[in-house]
Design a protein around this ligand. Structure first.
Ligand code: FAD
Ligand code: NAP
Length: 443
């Protein structure tokens, strides 16, 4: 029997498990599937942990999410086609839920069947090599500190790429008297109440962590961008300046001449695609981009079609794109989709990479990833979902952010699965301090 290993039980790994479950429900004979998850529970980044650094076994903590994190895009854009929000919550809910609510939704889809039994928890894949037409996987049972090996016909890498921080160094850091941390280790904005905070970066983490610090009472927030400013209309107490030049004692000196006394520096400088557990010849090497090269249809490793990577793209689309990838990958692994010749594969990858390199603005990037997802969607039996509506929602959301970065999360969108419209939340985001599921759902 064909044997498949899935590395990681975050949203991507769970999409893969769900795809096989759905095929089985239709009466198809599915391969043997084993999922390795190095944490004690499933959900990936959505499985919040207070820990930073390493866990009780000495293993680096993969979690990068923090308290009071709310969805930064409309939930309707990530909705599962086969499990709507209405089905899970039994009523329409607002469009920008906090982390605990999305976690509940992700797990709701996979909790009922037999999926959890296929996951080996507290089990870390330490090596993946290809020999004699099989993948040999070594894995560590963290609880018992024992290593084992097993052979598989296919490997699905679903280990995420927002867990290993990229940490640059600036002059003066070693003598800075305050705290320096990466967004990976940021857990609670309360820590920065009354402080002068420097945030470096100009992407989603910089935007959201700066806003969190503002919301929870930081005295001032100075954001240092490197290439392009985010350019939002920042509220009083926040400003965006050009690139940190150096630190001099507690003073941060920026390239545009701005000087700011600082108590803390938060590096929102992104993450590394880091796969030390995969043999170098099989290892994806890329920066965070919309179309990493060497992946056919964004998932099949060009040099060995039995190796699949899920969710390795920079992401506008998330959960339903992961599903489209997983459903497609399942059909490749089950022999229902035949891959074209090496030349065609190469041309297809080059076509997408070349298109990606010409993108100039968020609207074009949204179009690009929507086209990619739609193409995949058409290649499997993943249920009907309105990607044109999702495209429209993403563009509207971008414009809401430009209008007012403090209020975009108060807006409402319609479902691409059921058509129902999310009600306006009972409390505007900037005043909603309690992010529990109970309060959000008004239970
Ligand atoms: C701070 C932050 C906020 C975000 N907010 C949103 C949001 O609001 N909306 C949204 O749609 N997306 C958001 N994202 C994007 C996020 O990438 C996806 O939502 C999603 O979590 C990606 O799923 P994944 O399965 O690819 O990776 P992950 O969620 O990272 O899961 C990977 C899993 O693999 C496991 N693993 C890793 N290595 C090994 C190994 N060697 N052996 C065994 N197991 C391993 C990890 O323990 C983890 O459980 C956010 C990301 C970050 C960093
Ligand atoms: N739900 C939420 O609210 C929420 C919150 C946070 C994050 N997220 C998610 O988390 C994921 C990761 O986002 P991210 O912002 O951490 O990573 P990212 O999107 O990859 O952005 C990395 C940022 O780091 C900057 N950078 C890199 N090196 C730098 C240096 N040496 N000095 C200064 N800046 C540097 C980059 O700037 P350049 O452009 O100049 O290269 C870029 O702005 C995304 O999917 C996002 O949606 C969601």
């Amino acid at each position: 029997m064909t044997k498949i290993a899935i590395i990681g039980a975050g949203p991507c790994g769970l999409s893969m498990l769900r795809a096989f479950e759905q095929a089985e429900k239709k009466g198809e004979k599915i391969p043997e599937v084993v999922c390795f998850e190095k944490q004690a529970d499933w959900g990936g980044l959505w499985n919040y942990s207070w820990r930073t650094g390493s866990d009780q076994y000495g293993d680096p903590v993969p979690n990068s999410m923090y308290r009071y994190l709310w969805s930064n895009g409309p939930k309707e854009c990530l909705e599962f086609a086969d499990y709507s929000f209405d089905e899970h919550f039994r009523k329409p809910i607002p469009s920008f839920p906090p982390r605990a609510v999305l976690y509940d939704y992700i797990l709701g889809r996979v909790s009922k069947g037999n999926i959890k039994n296929k996951i080996k928890f507290n089990t870390k894949v330490t090596s993946t090599i290809y020999k004699n037409d099989k993948f040999e996987i070594s894995y560590l049972d963290k609880t018992n500190d024992t290593t084992s090996k097993d052979n598989f016909d296919y490997v699905v890498v679903a280990s995420g790429h927002f867990s290993v921080p990229f940490i640059p160094e600036y002059e003066g850091m070693s003598s800075f008297p305050g705290r320096i941390l990466h967004s990976h280790d940021f857990r609670d904005a309360e820590e920065f109440r009354g402080k002068n905070v420097i945030v470096l970066g100009s992407s989603y983490s910089a935007e959201d962590i700066a806003l969190q610090c503002h919301k929870y009472g930081a005295n001032s927030i100075t954001i240092g961008y490197r290439h392009n400013p985010m350019g939002f209309k920042w509220p009083k107490g926040m400003k965006e300046v050009h690139y940190l030049d150096r630190l001099d004692g507690k003073k941060a000196i920026f390239k545009d001449g701005t000087e700011q006394d600082a108590d803390a520096i938060i590096l929102c400088t992104g993450y590394l695609h880091h796969f030390p557990f995969i043999d170098e010849s099989l290892r994806l090497k890329t920066r965070n981009r919309l179309y990493p090269p060497k992946l056919y249809k964004g998932v099949v490793w060009q040099d060995n079609h039995k190796l699949i990577y899920l969710g390795m793209q920079d992401q506008f689309h998330t959960f339903n794109m992961f599903d489209c990838q997983a459903w497609y990958a399942r059909d490749v692994m089950m022999g229902k989709i035949k891959l074209p010749s090496d030349d065609e594969i190469n041309n297809d990858i080059n076509k997408w990479v070349a298109m990606e390199e010409k993108l100039e603005n968020p609207d074009q990037m949204i179009d690009f990833q929507t086209e990619y997802t739609k193409e995949l969607h058409e290649m499997s039996d993943y249920p009907k979902i309105d990607f044109e509506l999702i495209r429209k929602h993403f563009k509207e959301w971008e414009h809401h952010k430009v209008e007012d970065i403090l209020t975009y999360r108060n807006k409402s969108f319609s479902s691409p699965v059921t058509g129902s419209v999310g009600p306006i939340h009972h409390t505007p985001w900037s005043e909603a301090m309690d992010d529990s599921l109970k309060t959000f759902l008004n239970k």
